[in-house]
Design a binder for this molecule. Structure first.
Ligand SMILES: [Zn+2]
Ligand SMILES: [Zn+2]
Length: 376
């Protein structure tokens, strides 16, 4: 059972053929566990619910089984593999400095500390299995790992926080408290050289690449205008990027990144894995790993696409004064954004529920199965 499940996460996660000896198998399992905990925590936080005790029984059971399972998954992999991982993780968490013994030590700003914590806690069990002394050291080791990772996360926050406001206050004669905070901040920055001497840190902070600021924010769908006519105007001035200034027939807005696409048209077809697909399907592979949410502006309709063959339409988050949608824009009444509906769509996306919605829609309406979604 353990082998079957870890093989599934490996196969789906890496799109690879099953190979029980691949050293990435336990990593994929730990990553599944860390990601699941992290996304559940984010969703609860957004709904202003408490971390413990707010989950429905089914989800609660599922989460605790997944955690227990992940802590035992090393038994299905060669012991040397998990030990090598643990040593690499420790090199990452304890040193976080360039080390000639460990190849490609990551820079502190590139690490998701929660994932690192989960990986090290879970892989520690395999190392502990060699300890024959009978003493229980697991709990204290886990606590040490937690402390270390928390401090490293604080450093991430300090490094990527902006100090402009604090300094401005200081110039204008800020209070003693602010001055001390500023001093503490500078002191920490100075003495944390050990973790921060990685060339990657300097490079990132000096503007060499995208800075991920910590603590990280949850992913959100784009902001939509309150008045639908703003989108209609935007779409009517949108021209097909491939046909030199021609108006696009079906301008479609990606709700994940805000990109306007020329959908359902031969001019913007692209080849993906040897097959011609429309602009939306092609975009999903660069924007959402094959999954996409779009707003077809001229139809006032939301489009969900998953992979090349599955898709469905979904009611838009825009309503008229009577609280009704106008799919196809037939009535032409003014439409306004319904924040609640839009949050519902966002929640579906964040809970990985889009594929399920498509599945249900196709089961209920067989004509949807026959549509060539990949041409949209
Ligand atoms: Zn996009
Ligand atoms: Zn086009």
């Amino acid at each position: 059972m353990i082998t079957t499940f870890s093989m599934s996460t490996y196969k789906v996660g890496l799109k690879a053929n099953p190979n029980e000896l691949d050293p990435r198998v336990p990593v994929l399992m730990w990553s599944t566990c860390a990601y699941t905990i992290q996304s559940i925590e984010r969703l609860l936080m957004d709904e202003e619910k408490s971390l413990f005790g707010s989950l429905p029984c089914r989800q609660d059971d599922c989460l605790s089984s997944l955690t227990r399972f992940s802590s035992a998954c090393w038994t299905a992999a060669p012991v040397t593999t998990t030990h090598t991982h643990f040593i690499r993780l420790l090199a990452g968490v304890a040193a976080l400095v360039p080390d000639s013994q460990v190849e490609n030590t990551p820079c502190i700003l590139d690490i998701d500390m929660f994932h690192l914590l989960v990986y090290s806690v879970l892989s520690y069990s395999s190392v502990h299995s060699l300890d024959q002394s009978g003493r229980s050291v697991v709990d204290s080791a886990h606590l040490h790992l937690l402390h270390l990772v928390t401090v490293a996360h604080l450093v991430q926050i300090l490094l990527t926080s902006t100090t402009e406001e604090v300094c401005m206050d200081q110039d204008s004669g800020g209070s003693e408290e602010e001055e001390l905070t500023c001093q503490l901040y500078n002191l920490l920055r100075k003495h944390l050289g050990r973790w921060c001497c990685h060339p990657g840190v300097r490079q990132t902070l000096q503007g060499g690449g995208v800075i991920v600021r910590f603590p990280r924010e949850s992913n959100r769908l784009i902001e939509l205008p309150e008045d639908y006519s703003v989108l209609i105007n935007q779409a009517s001035s949108f021209t097909c990027p491939r046909s030199g200034g021609d108006k696009s027939r079906a301008p479609t807005l990606c709700l994940v990144c805000g990109c306007m696409l020329c959908s359902q048209s031969y001019c913007c077809q692209t080849e993906v894995d040897g097959e011609d697909v429309g602009a939306c399907t092609a975009h999903t592979f660069t924007c959402g790993a094959g999954l996409g949410l779009f707003l077809r502006v001229r139809e006032s309709q939301v489009l969900f696409v998953a992979g090349k063959t599955k898709g469905c339409f979904y009611p838009p988050p825009y309503l008229d004064d009577y609280g009704e949608t106008d799919q196809g824009l037939k009535r032409g009444n003014p439409l306004h954004l319904c924040a609640e509906r839009y949050r519902k769509i966002e929640r579906l996306w964040r809970q990985h529920g889009i594929a399920e919605v498509i599945g249900h829609a196709q089961e209920a309406n067989q004509t949807l199965v026959a549509i060539d979604w990949q041409h949209l």
